[in-house]
Structures are given as structure tokens and as C-alpha cells.
Design a protein around this ligand. Structure first.
Ligand SMILES: *[C@@H]1O[C@H](CO)[C@@H](O)[C@H](O)[C@H]1NC(C)=O
Ligand SMILES: *[C@@H]1O[C@H](CO)[C@@H](O)[C@H](O)[C@H]1NC(C)=O
Ligand SMILES: *[C@@H]1O[C@H](CO)[C@@H](O)[C@H](O)[C@H]1NC(C)=O
Ligand SMILES: *[C@@H]1O[C@H](CO)[C@@H](O)[C@H](O)[C@H]1NC(C)=O
Ligand SMILES: *[C@@H]1O[C@H](CO)[C@@H](O)[C@H](O)[C@H]1NC(C)=O
Length: 785
């Protein structure tokens, strides 16, 4: 491991020779001529687009030999006309007619490859890894004592008459947790609400012992793996996770099949891997699971649970909650909302009844199959824009990930059409259909680990889809440098039948805005395949969805029937998702200046420092939110310093984030300068460097290449090679999943964790390191090495 950040990031890459470019341009002219013929042949029906005008626009940008070629806007417009709701619907119906559990059926990968080749993608490979996965053998949940309460859970999602695929009972895998441990335990039951750190602390304060007992928790708030991790740390013997109707069932609205909410028999499957430690293959952290890579023994993997767990329906949870009622504390008026919506008095227990939990799984090193396509860039083949979605699902997976997978397929089809019309992307485009995401982001993580150095050098951005459509409301999470591009693209996409752009519907919603009125984009934590790209390899990433009520998540009823009846009956949101993905992809691949905004990143950093300041005040000055006097607490200023009496730092040094703010200022200035330089260059020589003499054009291209490299190698400046102290696989110092949440992001994680643990000396040391890192990033942006 290296000791500093900068050296881990690549330096400005080499450019191809101008002679090679000259021949490419000659080829472009020929291809365009051929494309014009093909184009008119293929598209008599695209009425709103005039192909001749589109192609003459190419010629408008087509320069003298030595200049460069700019098909951008026209390929963009053409792409926007291509996504077809009927094709999306048909493909989703086909996809969601069978089960796609990872590592089981290579046919899915082969089908994907042959479809993409049929669409006209030039190179499509199946890339195999061999991680540890597990499969269910035997599951049981019962109340075994006293005889009067005896109950045997069915652990099964029953047939729903009108939902065709729910009739395929023999194909639906048993309910179980991915990466769960085998075990057979009989013990009393304790109820622990959502199973958060605060919930377990509350039980401890009230004297409810968890040790040796089976813990019943409900889904929600934090990742399921974190619930199991915390229960295990508290000494529990096993964990049951159920879906309370308060969270995604009848308390929210009509249940399936009348509405999209969870019925009594529906179960949320899912992985309980401790992804907050590291995602991917448990046995090969940081390394690709291929060939004869050295694997850890299962007992040494830090992200595998050791106690058994099961996911259950609220139908199956109700008898358990009844057995708890009247035992231990009545939680009806506990702060933090401990009661759900079931008709029972929620109580902590321990129960006097004894529960048996059996979970037997087969652990197996299993091949998984990513499908990866490549369209080589015409001008800048060594810069790569990647879009991906996972393909595996727990059952039929119509929304998760069928909506993302079909959107990616439709994007592939549209790119094939552009290719046939003579277009080539300026930069290389890669599309990826990941396997085994559901077990722990495994396909993408192994691939990123396999190609880490190459990716850090070449990857411009990663665009992720997962559940692309589960409702009508656009939401996004992203690296801040991509946010202005997301606004730009969503402003240009009208949702069919609504007369409104995606952006307008987004900005009109009340739930979140920045002070300037632009819609809120969440920082990326974890929970989908962007994690290895952003947090392990330092690549700017985005993840988006059309969101709504998600009541059937990871259930057998996440089916085509539900999608077509309740979620997206005319597939207009699938169409819009394809337009957004294609828009982002084409702008990033084709615009001569890479559309990443570093000023925007700096603005976000300032906000994250303010969030940090607030977190410190909450710890050091309990009960205050007044930030008027930033270096002192309003009340007793000795409260927190007493803890470190004598040696520890005082309030002033900890509360003084001045140097951090200054470093952000420095970065902001340098970023502004960089964008100013870009504007100057394009004003003078054109974005395509097609003005002035041959020599001036050449100089323009060289300058543009340097500026572009700073734009896309910016994100990796925040990597720390040795990683975050609490979990070294995570290398990003600005964004990480919260260690006690698993999904949502913790900004400035190293500093925030020191604050959380009240390690003030460590905080000051880490703040120094962060200040240095920010100044280095500023120097990088300026071009000072
Ligand atoms: C494998 O996948 C193909 C294509 O998706 C599907 O038709 C077939 O039924 C699957 N086989 C099994 C055993 O699941
Ligand atoms: C539980 O507590 C609530 C609120 O204090 C109270 O209304 C309810 O009657 C209690 N239930 C039982 C069974 O004690
Ligand atoms: C998006 O950006 C492009 C160029 O990058 C610009 O031509 C276009 O007008 C922008 N669109 C919107 C809606 O802002
Ligand atoms: C769509 O918007 C246009 C312009 O804002 C307006 O004239 C038209 O009436 C709207 N159509 C519908 C169906 O709302
Ligand atoms: C970049 O972001 C800054 C800060 O949000 C904004 O003022 C500026 O207009 C953006 N530039 C572009 C080209 O979007």
C-alpha cells in the first residue's frame, strides 16, 4: 500500500498521434456517407427528426483534416427518439417470466450477449468470476413451547390468482437470506424494533438481555446485514427479520393485488452480508475471485454473519409478536416509534415461549457471469464511459432489476441503431450486465477489483441502474460533479403523456431542494453496483430511479403483473429512464469537453463540512443547535472537555474548522479557474478545436486533453490508498456508506466516525490529513504536480 493519495491516481494520459487521427477522420467521412444511405433506409418512420438535417449537421462540424469531428448533438437527438415502450414492455415480460438467482443459469448471460450482438454492438463478452455464494437447503421457524402457542410458519409466498408467475411455485426459491449462516437454535424471543444501534442500546438501557436469544426485528431504516451484525455483536443466537405493515404494508395503502403494497404472505428476501465491511466475494476482499486467487477460509471473512437468520412475512410474524405481548416492556410509548401496525401490543419480551429457528444453507464457490460490451471510441478510445445494471434477482425481479435491465437493453438497442447510422462515440462506451448483485454487489465488485488500475486511469464516469422504475418520481444519487449534467439531461426529457419534463416534475416536489431551488441529489452511500466504482476506484458515479411506493421489494410478487397493473402500465417511465440514461451516456461520451463540474463538487464539499460542524456541536454541546458562536458551546463549555481533562484537545481546537473551510475555498478557486480556462479555450477555438490554423487547432486539442484529464481524474484525488480505518476496502474520504446504516451515505466518513466515537485527538489528526488532501486536490486541478 502506498502512503499518500495523489500517487494512487493516474497522471494525464497520452494522446493518440495526429496522423492516426487524420486517417480516422477520413474514415468518418466515408462512414457518414454510407450511414446516410442506411439511415434513410432504417428510419422512414422517425418523423420528428429529419435525418438529412441531422447528418448535414455532422458535416457542419466536420473539419478539415486535423480538426475533429463532432456528431454529439445529433446522435443525442436521434437517441432520444428511439426508446420504444412496446419493446420495453415485451422485453420485461420475457425477462420476468423466469427466476434469475445468481450462479444458477448461464443461459441468461448467453441470452443477453446474443441480444446485444443482434442489436449491433460490436464486442460483447461474458466475464466469469468464482465467488462464494449460498443456497437454501432447509428453513424452519416454529413456536415449540408452550404447547398452547404452538405454531409452524409456512415460510412461503402463496399463489395470487391473477398473478401468473406466482403460480410457478416449484420454481420460486425458498425464502432465505443470501450469505446467511447455517444454524439450528431454540431460544426465547426478544423484539428489537428496526435493529439499529440505537434500538439495541435502548434495550440494554431497559435491562432487556439479547444474549443467547432470538431477536425479532423489522425491515427498514438500515441495511439488513447491519441488523444481523448488530444482533450478533449483542450476543444474539439468531435473527428474524419481518416486514411490518406500518412500513410497506396495509398501513401505507391497498395491498397486492389491489395495490402495490405488501400483503400478509409476502417476504422480503435479501443478502445479510456485512457490506459495510466490504462488498463482493467474502473470500477475496480487494482481489478478483478468479483462477487460483488465494481465498480466505470462510471463518476469517469479516463480512459473513455467524448466526442464522431468516426473512419472514407479517403473517408469520404476528403469532410471534402475540407470544411477546405482555412480556418485558410495553413499547407503545417508547421514543423512536417501536410499535408497528399489527393488531397486537408490541412488547420487548423476552418471551416465555421458545422459538426454533433453522437455517441450513449450502455454501459454494460458484461461477457468476457478467456480460460486458464495448464500443470503441473514435477520438479518445482510452477514455471510457460505463453504464451498468445487474441482471440477477431473488425471484422474477420485474422491478429489481428487470426495470434496470430492460432499460439497459433498450439503451443497447438504440446505440446499435446509431452505430448502423454511421455514428461512433468520441470516447469508448461500455455496457455491463452484472451478476450476483443481490448477494453483495458481487459481479461489479469483482470486475472493478480485477481492473482497478485500468479503471482509475481510463474511466470517465459510471452510470448505474438497478430498480430503474418503481413509480413516477425521478430521484438520483450522484457525485456532485455530475449533478449539473443530470439537471441538463432531465430538462430535456418529456415523460410521454404528461406534458412535463422529468426535471419539472422533480423540482415541483416538496421533499427536497438546495437553497438555490434546484432539486436535491443524494450523496451515494451503498446498496448497488456504483459502490465499487465510486468508493473503491474513485470514479464519478450516478444512480437514478423513477420512484414510488415499493411494497413488494424482493418478493415473488415483484412481477410483470404488478409492473403492468400498478407501476408503469404504459411503460412511459421505462422509456423516460432510457432517455435519461442515454442522454447522460452520450453527453459524457461525445462532448469534446467532459461535462463534469468541479465547482459544483466544491459547493457540495462546503455543505459536507457544515454537516460535520453540526455533528460536532451535537456531541460537544448537547441540547444546542445555535451556531452563532462557532468556537464555544452556549451552555457549560466544560462539559465535553472534562472527558479529556489534561491531555485532550479543548473545545476551541475541535470546533475550529477554519482550516477545513479554507482548504475548500482553495479548491473552489482552482475549480473556478479550471472552468474559466475551459470557457476561454472553447470561446477562442471552438469546443471542437476547429477554428484557426492547423497549428492552433493542434494546440487547442492538446490543451483540451489536459483540461479533460483534470476533470475526470478529479474524483480519485479523494481516495486514500490505505482506506477508511474502520474498513479499509472503502478508499473514498468524502463518501462512504454509514457503518451503522449500510445504505445511506456518511459524508467525510473518517472525520464523522471520529466525532461519533468522540475520539477528539484522532479527529484533529484526521482533520490535518483532510486539509492536506483538499489542498492537494486543488493543486491537481490547477495543474501543479
Ligand atoms: C434459464 O434461463 C432461460 C433464459 O432466461 C430460461 O428460459 C430458462 O427457463 C432458465 N432455466 C432455469 C433452469 O431456470
Ligand atoms: C401499552 O401502553 C399503552 C400506552 O401507554 C397503553 O395505552 C396500553 O394499554 C398498554 N397495553 C398493555 C397491554 O398494557
Ligand atoms: C444541456 O447542455 C447542452 C450542451 O452541453 C446545451 O446545448 C443544452 O442547451 C443544455 N440543455 C438544457 C435543457 O439546459
Ligand atoms: C401541454 O403544454 C402546453 C404548453 O405549456 C399547453 O399549451 C398544452 O395545453 C398542454 N397540454 C396538456 C394536455 O396539458
Ligand atoms: C457548475 O456548477 C456551478 C456551481 O453549482 C454553477 O454555478 C455553474 O453554472 C455550473 N456550470 C455548468 C457549466 O453547469
Amino acid at each position: 500500500m502506498k502512503s499518500a493519495v495523489g500517487p494512487d491516481c493516474p497522471s494525464v494520459g497520452a494522446r493518440p498521434s495526429s496522423r492516426a487521427r487524420y486517417f480516422r477522420h477520413a474514415l468518418v467521412t466515408l462512414t457518414l456517407a454510407a450511414g446516410l444511405v442506411l439511415f434513410t433506409f432504417w428510419f422512414p418512420s422517425v418523423v420528428q427528426l429529419d435525418p438529412v438535417a441531422i447528418l448535414s449537421k455532422h458535416h457542419h462540424h466536420h473539419p478539415s483534416p486535423g480538426g475533429d469531428y463532432g456528431p454529439t448533438l445529433d446522435a443525442y437527438r436521434l437517441f432520444q427518439a428511439l426508446p420504444d415502450p412496446q419493446k420495453l414492455r415485451d422485453r420485461l415480460q420475457q425477462y420476468a417470466s423466469s427466476v434469475h438467482q445468481a450462479g444458477v443459469n448461464r443461459t441468461d448471460a448467453e441470452w443477453t450477449r446474443s441480444q446485444w450482438l443482434d442489436f449491433g454492438l460490436p464486442e460483447v463478452d461474458i466475464v466469469t468470476y468464482e465467488p462464494l455464494l449460498n443456497y437454501p437447503l432447509e428453513q424452519r421457524l416454529a413456536i415449540v413451547e408452550p404447547a398452547s402457542l404452538q405454531f409452524e410458519a409456512d415460510l412461503n409466498e402463496p399463489i395470487i390468482d391473477e398473478d401468473d408467475t406466482s403460480h410457478l411455485q416449484r420454481e420460486i426459491p425458498p425464502v432465505f437470506h443470501g450469505h446467511s449462516a447455517s444454524g439450528d437454535v431454540t431460544a426465547e424471543l426478544v423484539y428489537a424494533n428496526y435493529g439499529t444501534r440505537g434500538d439495541f442500546a435502548q434495550l440494554a438501557r431497559r435491562g432487556v438481555a439479547v444474549k443467547g436469544r432470538i431477536v425479532l426485528v423489522r425491515y427498514g431504516r438500515i441495511a439488513r446485514g447491519v441488523k444481523v451484525m448488530l444482533a450478533e455483536a449483542a450476543g444474539a443466537a439468531g435473527v428474524l427479520i419481518y416486514s411490518d405493515p406500518a412500513d410497506d404494508g396495509y398501513a401505507r395503502g391497498p395491498v397486492y393485488p389491489d395495490g402495490p403494497f405488501r400483503p400478509a404472505g409476502s417476504v422480503e428476501r435479501g443478502s445479510v452480508l456485512f457490506m459495510n465491511q466490504y462488498p463482493g466475494d467474502p473470500l477475496t476482499p480487494g482481489e478478483a475471485a478468479t483462477g487460483d486467487v488465494k481465498r480466505l477460509p470462510i471463518g476469517s471473512a469479516r463480512n459473513l454473519p455467524t448466526i442464522p437468520s431468516l426473512p419472514i412475512s407479517y403473517g408469520n410474524a404476528l403469532p410471534l409478536l402475540r407470544a411477546l405481548a405482555g412480556h418485558g416492556h410495553n413499547v407503545s410509548d417508547w421514543a423512536g416509534g417501536w410499535s408497528g401496525a399489527l393488531p397486537v401490543t408490541y412488547a420487548t419480551g423476552p418471551s416465555t415461549a421458545r422459538i426454533q429457528l433453522v437455517n441450513r444453507v449450502r455454501n459454494q464457490i460458484t461461477p457468476i457471469w457478467n456480460v460486458v460490451a464495448r464500443i470503441k471510441g473514435w477520438q479518445e478510445p482510452d477514455r471510457v464511459v460505463i453504464a451498468g445494471s445487474h441482471r440477477d434477482s431473488w425471484v422474477f425481479g420485474a422491478a429489481d432489476p428487470g426495470s434496470g435491465t430492460t432499460t439497459l437493453f433498450e439503451t443497447a438497442r438504440a446505440l446499435g441503431v446509431l452505430l448502423r447510422a454511421g455514428w461512433r462515440p468520441r470516447r469508448t462506451i461500455m455496457l455491463a450486465s452484472w451478476d450476483a448483485e443481490e448477494y453483495g454487489l458481487t459481479g461489479s465488485t469483482e470486475w472493478v477489483e480485477d481492473h482497478r488500475d485500468w479503471l482509475r486511469d481510463k474511466a470517465v464516469a459510471y452510470l448505474n441502474l438497478d430498480v430503474a422504475v418503481y413509480g413516477p418520481h425521478f430521484i438520483a444519487g450522484a457525485s456532485p460533479s455530475l449533478v449539473p449534467l443530470i439537471y441538463n439531461v432531465t430538462r430535456g426529457v418529456i415523460v410521454a403523456g404528461t406534458n412535463q419534463t422529468v426535471y419539472d416534475e422533480w423540482v415541483d416536489r416538496p421533499e427536497g431542494h438546495y437553497v438555490d431551488g434546484t432539486p436535491y441529489v443524494t450523496p451515494l452511500g451503498s446498496g448497488s453496483d456504483y459502490t465499487p466504482f465510486l468508493q473503491h476506484a474513485g470514479i464519478a458515479s450516478v444512480d437514478f430511479s423513477f420512484a414510488g411506493p415499493q411494497g413488494l421489494y424482493h418478493s415473488a410478487y415483484d412481477s410483470f403483473h404488478n409492473m403492468a397493473k400498478h407501476v408503469d402500465p404504459d411503460f412511459r417511465y421505462h422509456q423516460a429512464a432510457t432517455r435519461v440514461l442515454g442522454g447522460l451516456l452520450l453527453r459524457l461520451a461525445d462532448l469534446p469537453v467532459i461535462p463534469l463540474n468541479l465547482t459544483h463538487y466544491a459547493t457540495a464539499l462546503r455543505r459536507h463540512v457544515a454537516e460535520l460542524e453540526l455533528a460536532i456541536r451535537r456531541k460537544m454541546c448537547p441540547g444546542e443547535d445555535n451556531l452563532m458562536n462557532p468556537l464555544e458551546c452556549q451552555r457549560d463549555p466544560t462539559v465535553a472537555t472534562d472527558a479529556d481533562a489534561g491531555t485532550g484537545p479543548g473545545h476551541r481546537s475541535v470546533l475550529d474548522l477554519g482550516r477545513l473551510y479554507k482548504a475548500v475555498d482553495h479548491l473552489t478557486e482552482r475549480a473556478t479557474d479550471l472552468h474559466h480556462d475551459v470557457d476561454k479555450l472553447t470561446a477562442k477555438a471552438g469546443a471542437f478545436c476547429d477554428r484557426g490554423s492547423h497549428k492552433q487547432q493542434k494546440k487547442c486539442r492538446a490543451q483540451r486533453a489536459t483540461l479533460n484529464a483534470r476533470l475526470y481524474h478529479f474524483e480519485c484525488q479523494f481516495l486514500r490508498p490505505e482506506g477508511i480505518p474502520s474498513r479499509p476496502w472503502f478508499k473514498h474520504t468524502i463518501y462512504a456508506p454509514g457503518i451503522y446504516t449500510g445504505y445511506s451515505a456518511l459524508t467525510l466518513p473518517i472525520l464523522r466516525e471520529s466525532v461519533e466515537e468522540e475520539q477528539w485527538d484522532r479527529f484533529l489528526t484526521e482533520m490535518d490529513a483532510m486539509v492536506q488532501l483538499l489542498h492537494r486536490a486543488a493543486d491537481f486541478v490547477k495543474g501543479k504536480d
